[in-house]
Design a protein around this ligand. Sequence first.
Ligand SMILES: *Cc1c(COP(=O)(O)O)cnc(C)c1O
Length: 425
Amino acid sequence: MISTRPFAHPDPSSPLACDGVSLETLAKKFGTPLYTYSAGQILHRLRLFTSAFASIPHLVCYSVKANSALAILKLLDQHGAGFDIVSGGELERILRVNKQAAERVVFSGVGKTAAEIDLALRSGILIFNVESAAELDLLAERASKLRKRARVALRVNPDVFAETHPYISTGLREHKFGIDIRQARAVYKLAAKQKYLDPCGASVHIGSQIRSADPFGAAAERVAQLIRDLRSDGLAITSVDVGGGLGIEYHSDHSFNPEEKIHQYATALLKSLRPIENLRLLLEPGRFIVAQAGALLTRVLYVKKNGEKTFVVTDAAMNDLIRPALYQAHHDIVPVMPRKGARKKVVDVVGPVCETGDFFARDRELPELKPGDLVAILDAGAYGLSLSSNYNSRPRPAEVLVEGKRARLIRRRETMDDLFAPEQI
Ligand SMILES: *Cc1c(COP(=O)(O)O)cnc(C)c1O
């Protein structure tokens, strides 16, 4: 039985470990801040999807932007996953891992450039999720120029409200994403007239970190109706992409059962989609696969008091993990070495960056921490390093992948030379 949370104490007096590998040992060997991921947990999550959707032809296209480490992409590729990309750069990552994997790539995004479209056409990707009539025109032009027939799905905007942070909700008419579902039939008719376009799919993605299955069910119902309408218009729609967005529970004191979550999600989607014959389902999960497989390890530099407040200053900062600053996101923070009889204290955990938004936790009750202590910021496997920056001229952290009992470096810590490389004086 694989645990939902790969980061645990093997026994109460030993250091926190990732699948049994001591995090203190990893931090000593590779330094901090350090991202650590469990390969076992990533594959476990992939398998949860494939088994929940076993009753329908499907392909899990992992959303690369959640965590685009080449080693993680390779791991998923070797286990049959496809990929959801949103840029030419993400396609280059897939090609670097396995050129053949291009045939399992779906390309989403509202701002695809001609160069990105050309690369995708030449690589022979599975399907383009087109987000506007203007993009459809450009795709038709590039495809006929290159004499490559492009499989196309329109990403429709189903006007479904999903309870999540406003920055990561995408399925309402007021959002920049997709084509209004009421206009979709007309745009499909334009696509059908183009010799080098094959409008064979429909797609939808309503947002991220959505914890209820209901909005997914509502979106699927609307897309199912669209597919029936398109088929009655004479289009051979053979695939439906339901996007990603399934949320996790970031508070470890709340119960969370990923099996059950995916089961509810599958039930909500399949209710309206399984009755449609000859339909292949594409899924684009990102966060659900990698978030809980990763943690960010950081050392306490200082503990300081300002008036009533106590600040624990760590060597990781918002440039390494921006989710708390950007989305007011919660991450559990746990000391790696439990200290016997440590008192609890209410503290802010902050980084060294010159921004008040540079925090990992505010007014959080934690066991007392001291300089030199190692802490793990949990559930940091998704939108962690992939959203990182070099703000304050801080080199990005290293990344380690734990495979069974072994840990290996999958990205070395950046050096100042890496940072200066593109610059000229
Ligand atoms: C970001 C994104 C995803 C993945 O979202 P998660 O919340 O990480 O599952 C899937 N599809 C598209 C089009 C996206 O933009």
